[in-house]
Design a protein around this ligand. Structure first.
Ligand code: SF4
Length: 455
């Protein structure tokens, strides 16, 4: 179908979108398309989009304008595919604004993009498919990991309807992937050299609830038994579904990383209720207490929105105070962005953009200070890290990450690799001593145990 034709993918937004782009790439390759890293030589350009924030959509409009310019000045036959959340939201409207878009493929249609391209090539009539539901998950045998790490989507969609979020409207309700397919996929990935996986979903804790399959904790337990797999991470958790039982079960699993990303969003119960988050600060703190009691040494990161409609300075101070009390390791911080459909759009009490910006900056100061304090407390400590890649800035260094998700720039000790202690490279687990900090990155040296010293 696409024999020898080249495709280029650009991806915006979250990890889910990055994972979807891998699925799109595989579906195109199965039909004979060949991936290129140069958009200018591509026959097909796929723009996998995000709708969560206005700014993300504006960037995509900019890119569509760029490709329109290329079409006018050069090749007329390059096919543009709009995929992802923005494609789902706009549907045919996207083609009315940009007639050069050959295919609009909504979020449930990623794996059918080659089919739609072929339809377009045969008829020259633009295709738009946005019917939600009936997600197709990629097949285990299609997974082609790049390196030691792989994303594994376990649940798609979201049924939560947080009042500020467009995701349920553009991705549809939750749909869990069958647990047997997940274990087969992880088995296949481990056979291909993967040692670390991240389970993905808008709300991984809801896994299995829609389908009656095993629970999220059961799934973790099953994956924990896969030999050759070393680290299991997961993203994103929802505090309302993250309970003491899951935490107790995780505490007995050796491969689940002790790093939890648990979006707080606000420290005010009043704002949380307007956000339709389904939990109180008391519940959130009970999770933190359970993590302390059952897991002990762990990292916790979060997401926070400031400037949500009606948020007062009092509400914002509560957010700062909860942040300090939990002692988060890091946070993604955002200013509220009004989107189509969302319930919060109907709320009165818009926060002055200058006030919201000021709150964001105050929050970022606290985030940076707390992170720095936490990083400093690690100086002199030894820990295991997974080597990710060679540093681009300094070729004698590698970038690695700890179980807690912290980035460490590390140097090999030197010496000659042996059969017992092979040279380290991407995918190796080594022990390092933390010796310094630059910005957000820790600096460390390999502890002398992986090499036999040179004569
Ligand atoms: S849980 Fe809430 S914030 Fe997360 S994707 Fe679902 S609706 Fe959006």
């Amino acid at each position: 179908m696409g024999k020898g034709k080249r495709f280029f993918i650009e991806t915006y937004g979250c990890e889910m979108n990055k994972s979807d782009s891998l699925d799109i790439a595989v579906s195109l390759e199965r039909q004979g398309y060949v991936r290129t890293s140069d958009a200018l030589e591509a026959d097909v350009v796929v723009i996998n989009t995000c709708s969560v924030r206005r700014h993300a959509e504006q960037r995509v409009y900019g890119r569509l304008g760029y490709y329109r310019g290329l079409k006018k000045s050069g090749r007329k036959d390059r096919a543009i595919v709009l995929a992802g959340c923005m494609a789902q939201r706009l549907g045919r409207e996207a083609q009315r604004r940009f007639p050069e878009i050959a295919v609009v493929a909504g979020t449930s249609h990623n794996l059918r993009i080659p089919l739609y391209l072929s339809e377009y090539q045969n008829t020259k009539i633009p295709v738009a498919k946005t019917k939600l539901g009936g997600y197709e998950f990629s097949r285990p045998e299609d997974r082609r990991p790049e390196g030691h790490h792989a994303w594994v989507t376990i649940i798609k969609g979201c049924s939560n309807y947080c009042s500020y979020c467009i995701v349920p409207y553009v991705r549809g309700p939750e749909l869990s992937k069958p647990s047997g397919d997940i274990t087969a996929e992880v088995d296949a990935l481990v056979d291909r050299g993967v040692t670390e996986i991240t389970l993905l979903g808008q709300n991984v804790n809801a896994y299995g609830k829609d389908s009656g399959d095993i629970s999220f904790a059961d799934l973790l337990e099953r994956l924990d038994h896969i030999s050759g797999l070393r680290w299991i991470r997961f993203l994103t958790s929802h505090p309302k579904d993250f309970d003491v039982d899951v935490i107790r079960r995780i505490s007995g699993l050796g491969k689940v990383c002790r790093h939890f990303h648990l979006p707080l969003q606000s420290g005010s119960d009043r704002v949380l209720s307007l956000m339709n988050r389904g939990y109180s600060i008391r519940h959130y703190m009970s999770i933190v207490e359970a993590l302390n009691r059952f897991v002990g040494d762990f990292a916790i990161t979060t997401d926070i929105i400031v400037g949500f409609p009606t948020e007062t300075d009092e509400d914002f101070k509560k957010t700062l105070s909860v942040y300090e009390e939990v002692g988060f390791d890091d946070a993604f911080t955002y200013r509220y962005s009004k989107r189509p459909h969302i319930a919060a759009g109907a709320l009165d009490g818009e926060v002055d953009p200058a006030v919201a910006q000021d709150r964001l900056e105050r929050l970022i100061d606290v985030v940076r200070r707390t992170e720095d304090e936490k990083n400093r407390s690690l100086l002199g400590e030894e820990c295991e890290v997974l080597v990710v890649k060679k540093s681009r800035k300094n070729p004698s260094e590698f970038l690695a990450k700890t179980e807690h998700g912290k980035l460490v720039a590390c140097r090999p000790t030197g010496g000659r690799p042996t059969a017992d202690a092979p040279a380290f490279g991407p995918g190796s687990f080594i022990r390092v001593r933390i010796e310094g900090i630059s910005g957000k990155t820790l600096r460390g040296s390999e502890v002398l145990r992986r090499y036999a010293l040179s004569d």
